[in-house]
Design a protein. Structure first.
Length: 133
């Protein structure tokens, strides 16, 4: 998008018609993640940066984005991501993990939400954050 088309909020809804969004999501993740394996060194660096922020009083939140199970399984397999392990490491350095209900959210291509679903996810994340205070 040209910068003049992006609203001040920075949020731009997208959508398109895809005959088989899950198959597209699996093929996209397989292609885009090929040769990209989770780096323990990068994870440790990220955790150190987050720990520093938390120690400064910054609240750090995390969640796993809503993608269909077959796409998530492909992502975990191709990248080597162990989500449970990552979540526990994030929690250990003070991250507040958000468990959000993804029921009813629509992914139009297996990796991106349509506009209304994106707005609903934002509302659900806000509610989850508010519930932690």
């Amino acid at each position: 998008f040209p910068s003049h088309d992006i609203p001040e909020s920075g949020w731009v809804a997208s959508d398109r018609v895809v005959p088989d969004p899950i198959a597209l999501g699996v093929s996209t993740v397989t292609r885009d993640f090929e040769g990209m394996v989770i780096s323990p060194v990068a994870i440790d660096s990220l955790l150190g940066s987050i720990r520093s922020l938390v120690e400064q009083g910054v609240r750090v939140y995390a969640f796993f984005p809503p993608i269909p199970d077959p796409v998530a399984r492909t992502e975990f397999t191709v990248s080597g991501l162990d989500l449970g392990l990552l979540e526990s490491k994030l929690r250990a350095v003070g991250v507040l993990w958000l468990d959000v209900d993804y029921e009813g959210l629509v992914s139009y291509d297996g990796t991106h939400l349509d506009g209304p679903s994106g707005r609903h996810l934002g509302e659900r994340l806000a509610e989850a954050i508010h519930g932690l205070k």
